[in-house]
Design a protein around this ligand. Structure first.
Ligand SMILES: Nc1ncnc2c1ncn2[C@@H]1O[C@H](COP(=O)(O)OP(=O)(O)OP(=O)(O)O)[C@@H](O)[C@H]1O
Ligand SMILES: [Mg+2]
Length: 287
């Protein structure tokens, strides 16, 4: 039986999902050749309920963006909760750099489906939150975060309030706060869903560049097949109908064949290879 480990802030979909910790990388522990994140044969159910997903295995390597797609209610967020250690699987194992972390929260950075900034805190204090909650003095946390503001496209916004920023800027601030949780494995639940189409396109390219620079291993959930194909090196297609009594499983892992010279998501989206992968994912979701 899957049990909620604790009532994390945001377990209802708001705020951060893991206990923030000082920005120290967990890379290097465990087996250096192991994927950054691996799930082996996860079967998950909410307490007292039937299985939501059954026998799900996946992996994400350093510097890789991998997407998990599936219809609404098929169990994507349930999987992310278990990977983050907020809940414990019925069976199966979660490995981080080869180390068993099943049911252990605080090991990965997790940005929940509705990841809101705190309106009454300035941007710099919003992004520093994981450090401050982890025990770092506020001035030290600010000094640590300030040099990163430019990389996250937030230079000059330090003293502004969330309500004064564009949707894309707010989203970058939420990413930065997630990054400052200090883990090199990042779980994102519908990260761009609140943004308009053009900002989404920009943010996809920005995120892919930044995650490669920082060697993050990212598993992102999205409903948007275009988004998955344009960003991911691989896509896990989850299929099933848990509320109808059919636990979801991974129908297929689609490897996205990205041609030379089309590494940016917006360029790749104009190629025949993009359409081919999109068609494959759509047919799996439709079937
Ligand atoms: N906290 C919870 N307690 C009990 N059941 C839950 C809980 N959260 C989700 N479920 C159930 O688990 C199943 C999968 O839900 P989940 O939120 O993982 O879907 P999802 O794929 O993320 O959907 P969406 O794309 O709409 O976000 C659904 O049947 C849902 O009702
Ligand atoms: Mg969800």
């Amino acid at each position: 039986m899957l049990r909620r480990k604790r009532d994390a802030p945001g377990a209802d979909g708001e705020g951060e999902g893991t206990a923030p910790s000082p920005a120290t990388s967990s890379a290097g522990s465990g087996d250096p050749l192991a994927p950054s994140l691996e799930a082996r044969s996860l079967t998950l159910a909410w307490e007292g309920g039937p299985d939501v997903v059954r026998d799900v295995s996946l992996h994400v390597g350093s510097g890789e963006v991998v997407c998990l797609v599936g219809r609404s209610g098929c169990g994507k967020t349930t999987i992310l909760h278990a990977l983050s250690g907020l809940t414990r699987p019925v069976s199966g194992t979660v490995l981080l750099h080869g180390r068993d972390v099943t049911g252990t929260p605080g090991q990965v950075s997790y940005m929940l489906q509705k990841d809101l900034l705190i309106p009454s805190k300035r941007i710099i204090d919003n992004v520093c939150l994981p450090l401050v909650v982890g025990g770092m003095p506020r001035a030290e946390a600010r000094a640590k975060a300030e040099p990163l503001m430019e990389r996250f496209g937030l230079a000059g916004t330090e003293e502004r309030w969330p309500g004064e920023l564009s949707g894309g800027m707010r989203q970058r601030a939420a990413f930065m706060r997630t990054y400052l949780m200090g883990n090199d494995v990042v779980l994102l639940d519908e990260p761009f869903s609140a943004l308009d189409a053009l900002t989404r396109t920009d943010m996809r390219g920005w995120y892919c560049r930044m995650s490669a620079e920082l060697s993050l291993a990212t598993l992102a959930i999205t409903h948007d097949v275009d988004e998955a194909v344009s960003m991911a090196s691989r896509i896990y297609v989850l299929r099933g109908n848990p509320s109808g009594g059919v636990p979801s499983t991974i129908a297929r892992e689609v490897v996205v064949d990205r041609p030379e010279g089309a590494s940016a998501p917006e360029e790749f989206a104009l190629t025949p290879a993009f359409l081919e992968a999109k068609r494959e994912v759509l047919s799996l979701l439709g079937g």
